[in-house]
Ligand binder design. Structure first.
Ligand SMILES: Cc1cc2nc3c(=O)[nH]c(=O)nc-3n(C[C@H](O)[C@H](O)[C@H](O)COP(=O)(O)O)c2cc1C
Length: 392
């Protein structure tokens, strides 16, 4: 029998699905509902000192869609608008009602030692189970020298982590930005400064698009915009890459996120190093109820593989990620065309011809593969409209 239960930094999670710090964790009443529906934990919407000025814009979102399916959001939302007192009361209420659910206090303050340490002291005396340091918000906050302005600078990241570690009486995760050239550099800096764990990724800095009549980019805030943070299923490859790079450079526990929309995504994150996953955009698109299929799917998968818990999945793919020069290049694969599926449209032959290799041709209603010209790149298998081409 497999279980979804897992332990991270000594904290028991009844399942590894955690709501990330975002609108779905901005209100006590909604976190209450999410816990009732089965989420294992929640990172609270980032809490700041009460006097930090935060004026939101309208609109706050732009989306990239294929048909009606949201593939990604850009948002320019700022941080929590609840006061510290409201959070303290809310955390207490939630812990009394849902004692087995994990609450992680996400915090951010100006780069002033007392401001960070005071915030930590306040939540030391709360029922929160851990801290997450938001070093990674890419909009609004960097202009004040915080958010991503911290997480893109290894020295400042280490300095603030050090301040927090002097004071914190609960485990501390540092939440990192993908908007850096070398995420390993930041990981090593915060690990040296004493961080207990890493959360990654926050949103990817982005510009969603431009209205070609008005020349106003999106999201449109009375005719202006600013660069925002991109999230959702289309950032998953960036999140996976960052988590894998973090794992290649550190043994710290990782809460992985970025585009998790199914149990399958969660399992992939675990294979590249995540101990548990966080979810935001999928919930903003489809609601808290998505947790039921995520939990059931992951449990079925663990059972089918004979794994006893999510911890058995951790790091399984890491050894299979190497430098390009170390890839085993002695063998080559070729396309195999399934004639029953192929509609003889000739697209694969056209693309192969126009993208370098000219190895495919449509002859007498059949796609021929010229093995002397084919380099086994696999492009044809990706662009076939009927998925009729398999490499092998
Ligand atoms: C509207 C919105 C608000 C967010 N606010 C915060 C925040 O306050 N603190 C934080 O650490 N991350 C914040 N995030 C980032 C998410 O927690 C998460 O890192 C990111 O969206 C990637 O996960 P996803 O692809 O599942 O959405 C926000 C994301 C969105 C979309």
């Amino acid at each position: 029998m497999s279980t979804l239960a897992t332990k991270v930094l000594g904290i028991d999670f009844e399942n590894p699905f955690i709501l990330s710090s975002a609108p779905p964790t901005a209100k006590i009443e909604s976190i209450d509902k999410a816990f009732t529906l089965g989420w294992g934990g929640a990172v609270l919407k980032t809490i700041t000192p009460d006097n930090l000025e935060m004026i939101e814009a309208s609109e706050r979102y732009a989306s990239w869609k294929i048909g009606n399916k949201v593939c990604g959001f850009e948002n320019i939302e700022l941080l929590s608008h609840l006061t510290i007192k409201q959070w303290l009361e809310g955390i207490k209420y939630l812990k009394q009602k849902h004692p087995t659910k994990v609450q992680i206090a996400s915090i951010m303050a100006p780069v002033i030692k007392d401001e960070w340490q005071n915030l930590v002291k306040v939540f030391n005396n709360s029922e929160a189970d851990a801290f997450e340091l938001n070093f990674s918000c890419p909009h609004g906050m960097p202009e004040k020298g915080i958010g991503m302005a911290i997480g893109t600078n290894p020295e400042i990241s280490a300095m603030i982590t050090g301040w927090v570690m002097e004071t914190a009486e609960k485990p501390v995760f540092v939440k990192l930005s993908p908007n850096v050239t070398n995420i390993a550099e930041i990981v090593k800096a915060v690990e040296m400064a004493g961080a207990d764990g890493i959360s990654a990724i926050n949103t990817v800095q982005s510009l969603m698009g431009v209205d070609l009549d008005t020349f106003v980019p999106m999201p449109n805030v009375n005719g202006k915009t600013t660069f925002g943070g991109y999230s959702g299923i289309s950032v998953k490859p960036i999140g996976l890459r960052c988590v894998a790079q973090i794992r290649q450079n550190s043994n710290l526990p990782i809460l992985g996120m970025g585009g998790v929309s199914s149990w399958h995504d969660a399992a992939e994150y675990m294979t590249v190093g995540a101990d548990a996953v966080q979810v935001c955009t999928e919930v903003m698109v489809n609601g808290y109820g998505v947790i039921a299929a995520m939990k059931q799917g992951l449990l079925n998968y663990l059972e089918s593989k004979g794994f006893s818990s999510p911890a058995d999945l951790k790091n399984r793919a890491i050894a299979n990620i190497s430098a390009h020069e170390k890839l085993p290049k002695q063998t080559q694969v070729y396309p195999h065309i399934d004639d029953a599926l192929c509609i003889k449209c000739g697209k694969c032959a056209m693309i192969c011809d126009e993208s370098e290799h000219s190895a495919l041709s449509l002859v007498d209603g059949h796609i021929n593969v010229n093995k002397d010209a084919c380099v086994g790149c696999s492009l044809c298998s990706h662009i076939c409209p009927k998925s009729a081409i398999k490499m092998g």
